[in-house]
Ligand binder design. Structure first.
Ligand SMILES: Nc1ncnc2c1ncn2[C@@H]1O[C@H](COP(=O)(O)OP(=O)(O)OP(=O)(O)O)[C@@H](O)[C@H]1O
Length: 326
């Protein structure tokens, strides 16, 4: 476990709003929030109120329609509820490849990937193709993928779903380790017993805003440092009220054209590897990049460096993987 060195300051949301479609109802509006380092933050709220929307915005896989989000660390990882297993690429091969794209050496990526698969009880599946994994095992790969590069901001949207009991407990432990190392961990889970009593802050999404949630009952373990995340005032506007960085699969061949679907908010360089250009896929659908196979790794590296979330990688000839929502 590494410690994040140096203060990076909080992730800040200022006047953030999101709606789907230019005329869609506002799901969130006027959200002001500070998420300091080393905090565990639970997000609660009724179904459909915008919890996932908030998490995607904080993770940077979705952009606000208005307002600004600043202070997101370079190492940001996001685990959605469902990880789309993809091409015939082994679990370990996939993780090592992703680790390398995130700047790890092959040896370090392999060591960490192996360790995470073992911790999550998926060591026996290291050599299994992603496409052959059960939902639970695929989710373990998604979790391992998120933890590989020891992120400074970890966003977990029902990430425990589909995991067996031992792996759920292991993810709990991993969350505690990240927080102890100085990371901010933001999570949603339908089970109120998940990390019960451990969250530094509970937020509640309701009526298009984000406010303080109910105080947690239970024993709060002693931890050094100030506690509260300070949600800003819940300002509700005139409202009428979408794996790790998931490289969905392997590059099909060195030269075959590849389609990469990704989403993110950080600006990308003006000129992308292979002269790739992004094409918006419509609201919440991400951005499609078409690139020659020889340049696909370089493009993936650029996307991951900019904290973009890669939804799918597929051969140009036809879709090879499933994709997540938004
Ligand atoms: N990609 C999208 N396109 C259009 N509408 C969307 C999209 N994603 C979410 N929404 C809508 O935004 C609202 C909030 O959805 P969101 O998934 O953020 O809520 P939630 O609180 O996470 O819900 P749940 O608890 O059921 O997972 C819902 O009305 C949903 O239908």
């Amino acid at each position: 476990m590494s410690t994040i060195v140096g203060a990076r300051g909080p992730v800040r949301l200022a006047g953030v709003g999101r709606r789907y479609g230019a005329r869609g109802p506002w799901v969130l509006r006027g959200v002001d929030l500070e998420l300091p380092e080393g905090r565990l933050v639970r997000v609660t709220g009724a179904n459909g109120t915008g919890k996932s929307t908030l998490l995607r915005l904080v993770a940077g896989v979705d952009a606000p329609a208005e307002g600004r989000i600043t202070g997101r660390p370079r190492g940001t990882a996001y685990v959605p509820e469902r990880f789309p297993p993809a091409l015939p690429f082994t679990a370990l091969g996939h993780l090592v490849h992703l680790g390398r794209l995130q700047g790890l050496t092959t040896a370090v990526a392999r060591t960490r990937a192996t360790r995470w698969l073992e911790r999550l009880g998926a060591g026996g599946y290291a050599g299994t193709a992603l496409s052959e994994l059960s939902k639970g095992s695929a989710q373990k790969v998604a979790v391992a993928q998120a933890l590989l590069a020891e992120p400074g901001l970890l966003v977990l949207d029902e990430a425990w779903t589909g995991l067996d009991e031992a792996a759920r407990a292991e993810l709990d432990r991993a969350v505690r380790e990240r927080v102890a190392a100085g990371a901010t961990v933001l999570f949603v889970d339908h089970d109120p017993r998940r990390l019960a009593g451990e969250a530094d802050t509970v937020l509640r999404v309701a009526d298009g805003g984000v406010g303080p949630g109910p105080r947690e009952q239970g024993t709060v373990p002693a931890r050094v440092g100030a506690k509260a995340v300070e949600p800003g005032p819940v300002r509700v506007g005139t409202k009428t009220p979408d794996p790790d960085p998931a490289r969905g699969g392997a590059k099909p061949s060195a030269s075959a054209p590849v389609r990469i679907v990704a989403s993110g908010t950080r600006p990308l360089p003006g000129v992308l590897p292979g002269g790739a250009a992004g094409e918006a896929l419509g609201d919440g659908g991400g951005t499609l990049f078409r690139v020659g196979g020889a340049d696909s790794d370089a493009l993936l590296r650029v996307l991951l460096d900019a904290s973009w979330h890669v939804h799918r990688v597929e051969a140009e000839t036809g879709p090879a993987t499933g994709g997540g929502r938004g």
